[in-house]
Design a protein around this ligand. Structure first.
Ligand SMILES: [Zn+2]
Length: 320
């Protein structure tokens, strides 16, 4: 898997399977978003389809070039921006799989496989369990909890971790706080590199300090985040940044901070009982999972504020 950065353990495993000619007929690439799972799936497809090498891809043969252009007849990719992968797409895929005019290996890559709706997933179950000869499925997801359990149980799971910072730096050019805040995800680093991210980060810092210090009234605080609540992606950034900042406060004596340039301002907040910080951290994690299931974002922020405040300042609970 030349040219794919990081994930050495995964690459080794795939390489061994190729060498032994034991690539599982259905795999589930599972791990955080934006770390290269889909790219690795295409790399594996290229290796399986390469006409010059059986253990990797050469990158030069006509098969490899066709895969790179996305035009190889043996490569079937499902990759949609839509919220769901529906029945029609599953049907289309099955039709292509049953065409008999192609005799070589076939690789089906389904990106964001958690988007397969129940019908589409059920339609594919049988072929995933018993694919035609020389047919390989690679399903890719960052949301394993949403994968249909019937599909998951028919695949061999390959776990991906975050990318190492050095690789993330090579891929995105990110540095400093962006690099340390991106959690090893190219997608996230790219989000953070956008102009408004530094403003979001400062907004996250001020709003967190405000909660920890109970500096503002409920209404003032909620109003300050009103624009953020309108934008799911921005709210995601704020929630993740809050968690990083809490971690920075929590471990400030023995670990370098993600947001070292903002530490002086963050430290205004009296840390006090560290267990309280952990509880606030958990509340934010919960808000993150809620956000994924498309709740009302304004309400999410409001209830989050009340919960955080009642932990940090239980004595003020009645004073909203
Ligand atoms: Zn090749």
């Amino acid at each position: 898997m030349k040219g794919i950065l990081g994930h050495d353990r995964v690459k080794q495993g795939l390489h061994q399977a190729l060498v032994k000619n034991q690539v599982p007929h259905a795999q589930l690439f599972l791990g955080p978003e934006g770390v290269g799972k889909f790219k690795m799936a295409l790399g594996l497809a290229q290796a399986l389809l390469c006409s010059e090498s059986h253990v990797d891809f050469c990158g030069l043969c006509s098969s490899c070039l066709q895969v790179q252009r996305g035009q190889h007849p043996g490569l079937l990719v499902v990759n949609t921006e839509n919220a769901q992968i529906k029945m029609e797409e599953a049907r289309e895929l099955l039709k292509k799989l049953h065409l008999r005019n192609w005799e070589g290996a076939r690789v089906v890559v389904i990106n964001d496989a958690h988007k397969l709706n129940l019908q589409a997933g059920n339609a594919l179950l049988k072929v995933i369990e018993e694919p035609p000869e020389k047919t390989y499925f690679v399903l890719v997801t960052s949301q394993p909890g949403k994968i249909l359990s019937t599909i998951r149980s028919r695949t061999q799971v390959v776990r991906f971790g975050p990318l190492e910072e050095k690789h993330l730096k090579t891929i995105t050019g990110a540095d400093g706080w962006v690099l340390s805040s991106a959690n090893g995800s190219v997608t996230r680093a790219e989000q953070l590199l956008q102009d408004e991210s530094d403003d979001n980060r400062k907004l996250a810092m001020h709003s967190l300090v405000d909660v920890l210090m109970a500096q503002k009234t409920y209404l003032q605080w909620v109003e300050g985040l009103q624009t953020i609540a309108k934008d799911k992606a921005q709210l995601e950034v704020i929630l993740e940044t809050w968690k990083q900042m809490l971690r920075d406060l929590r471990v400030q004596e023995y670990k370098p901070a993600h947001h070292s340039d903002l530490m002086v301002e963050l430290q205004q907040a009296p840390v006090g009982d560290l267990r309280k910080l952990d509880q606030v951290f958990q509340i934010i994690s919960y808000m993150q999972t809620q956000l994924l299931s498309n709740v009302d974002r304004q309400l999410l922020l409001e209830s989050g504020y009340l919960k955080m405040k009642s932990i940090i300042h239980p004595e003020q609970e009645s004073l909203i």
